[in-house]
Each structure stands twice: as C-alpha cells, then as structure tokens.
Ligand binder design. Structure first.
Ligand code: CU
Length: 352
C-alpha cells in the first residue's frame, strides 16, 4: 500500500517535472519562423485538412456500411418486430441524412472561410429568422419522432385485447437464467427469495403452500408454440439484469424486489428461421471462422447452428457475457409433446 502510494507520487512528480521542462524549452525558443500566430499558408493548409478529414469520415462510413451491414440482426421473428424495426429505420434514416449534410457543410465552411490576411469576420448580435428556422425544424422533427415512438411503444406494450397468453417467469441470477411455466392453470405460484431451498430443489423460492405452485414447470430452456402470445414475468435474485431477446426485438430489465413484464408473439419457428438465406449465410460465415480455430486446436470451435437466444443485456458481473438461454419456437404439437415430458414443481418436491 505504502509502496504503491510512493510509486504514484514519484510518477506524478516526474510528470510535473517533464511538463515544466517543456515550458522552459518553449520559452527559450527564438520567435522567428516558429511564430505561434498562423499565417496564410498555415490557414490554407488547415482548410485542406478539414476537407481531407471529411473524406476520411465519409470513407470510413461507407466502409462500415459495406463490411458490417451483414452482422445486423435478421428479420424480426415476433408480431410487433416489424413495427419496431420500421421505427428504428426511420429514425436512423433521418439521423443519417442530417448528419451527412451538416458534416459536409461544417467542413466546407471551415475551408471556405479560413483565415486570410486582411479578412474580417462579419459580426451580428442575432438573427430572428435564422433562429426561428433552426428551432422550428428540429422541434417538428423531434415531436414527430417522439409521438411516433410513443405510439409504437403503446402498441407493443399494451396490446392485450385478443389473446390467451402463456405465462412464463424468467428468473435472473449471476450468471444464469431459469424459466418457470405457470403450468395447467396458467397462474404462477407465489415466490420469494427467502423461500429458496437449494437442498430441496426449490431454486426459485416457490411457496409450496400456494396451490398454484404445484403444476409450475421449471426449465433451463424455453419452448414456445409459434403464433401464441407469451407473457414473460421477470425477477432477479441479486443485481440488475436485463432480459434481451434480440430476434424478437424485446428487452426488459430484471430488477431485484419487483416483477417486470413483457409480452410478445413469436411468428417464425426455429426450423423456418434456419432455412432463411440471411441465417444460412451467417451460419456459413461463423462456421468458417470456427473451422479455422478447429484446425489450430483452439476451444469453442465446434460447428454452430442457429438458435433463438435470451441474453442478459446489463453488465451484471464478470460472467455476464455467458448469461444466456436457448429459446425454441416450434409448432403447437411439438410444444405440447415437449411440455408433456417436463416434470412439475409439485412432483420434484415430492420426489425429494
Ligand atoms: Cu445478468
């Protein structure tokens, strides 16, 4: 501890010494060609450099668009997903257009009006017309985007008119997910962190006295029938986590001490998604990288197959990156068959 402090103070002192020495060095220089005042040549040079930098920005933008567009998420696999994507693409298009235009203007003006011997800047205190224009246009655009966003949000979050959703609880903890189906009655049994009893297979702290808990089904992989709404209720055991379903365009924080909710309807089965061209291309690309790793004998190099996933999207600790669960979207029959194979909470408790 003391030695760390000592090392730190020595480093700081050395830093100050170097800084003072450069200052002395600067002061000792003769004020000839090395003048700090920019001349016409310097100003012109800086004007050109502004243009060069603009070309660099556009170049790197085009490069990224060409090279990295393929890593974007595939087609949305939920009923609300296309609304969400449209909202994002409209916002992105407006931002992209305005950014491209203003960036060019900024650099062009910096070049056009670069410093010149004898040129003086025009000064005026204010201009009502200009201020009106640059206030009104953003206000209208932003109001439009925000209203459209709110409308989409309400559509996604509060559209529960039809349905008979399947209720599934997602339980987050450092560093894994556990899911609990509400069972035959579609009502989750009460649960509390104080009731957790690892030795008796009660990992979610389910209240054994609650009759609704008996038919609950605890699993480590989610299966959902395509076209059926799923109502997720999230809990967290320890810290903030975030349930992120990238392919279904859904995300909700999991907060210790409260239940958060999100519902969506999956529209494409896992099997159908695997047939899509963009997914097959992605699988090919990833497996090419994996084959290279396998040739070198590196880990995580077995061939990969596409699956929907639930990820944690909050930096919740050192193994956060590994916090994921497989989601299988299948036909109603396949789902029923899978569900029939699962054991209920009541049965596993009785077996203990
Ligand atoms: Cu997490």
């Amino acid at each position: 501890m003391v030695s760390t402090l000592l090392t730190l103070s020595v480093l700081v002192l050395v830093g100050i010494a170097i800084w003072q020495m450069t200052k002395i060095f600067e002061l000792s220089q003769f004020q000839t060609e090395n003048s700090q005042v920019a001349n016409d040549k310097d100003n012109k040079m800086n004007g050109y450099l502004m243009f060069a930098f603009l070309i660099f920005i556009y170049g790197i933008t085009i490069f990224s668009l060409v090279k990295y567009t393929k890593v974007l998420l595939p087609e949305a696999a939920s009923a609300h997903g296309s609304d969400y994507d449209t909202l994002m693409w409209i916002s992105m298009a407006i931002i992209f257009f305005v950014q491209t235009l203003t960036q060019a203007l900024l650099h062009y003006f910096a070049y056009k009006y670069h410093g010149k011997e004898g040129r003086k800047a025009l000064f005026f205190a204010d201009n009502d017309k200009l201020e009106l224009i640059w206030t009104i246009i953003p206000v209208i655009t932003l109001a439009g985007l925000i209203l459209y966003g709110l409308y989409t949000w309400t559509e996604i979050m509060f559209d529960n008119a039809e349905d008979d959703p399947i209720t599934i609880e997602l339980y987050a903890q450092q560093f894994n997910w556990t899911a609990r189906y509400a069972g035959e009655d579609n009502v989750l049994g009460d649960a509390n962190v104080r009731l957790i009893d690892i030795d008796n297979a009660n990992i979610l702290g389910i209240d054994t006295a609650d009759p609704n808990a008996n038919d609950d089904v605890i699993v480590k992989e989610i299966h959902i029938p395509v076209g059926r709404k799923v109502h997720f209720k999230m809990r967290s055991q320890d810290v903030l986590h975030s349930a992120y379903f990238p392919h279904f365009r859904a995300q909700m924080n999991c907060v210790p001490g409260m239940v958060t909710e999100f519902a969506f309807t999956p529209t494409i089965t896992t099997a159908d998604m695997r047939q899509k061209k963009e997914i097959q291309d992605k699988v090919k690309r990833i497996n090419a990288i994996r084959a290279e790793k396998a040739a070198k004998g590196e880990p995580n190099s077995d061939p990969w197959e596409f699956d929907y996933v639930l990820l944690c999207n909050k930096i919740c600790g050192k193994s956060h990156y590994n916090m994921q669960m497989r989601i299988v979207v299948e036909t109603e029959e396949e789902y029923n068959k899978w569900m029939a194979e699962q054991s209920t909470f009541g049965k596993s408790i009785a077996a203990n």
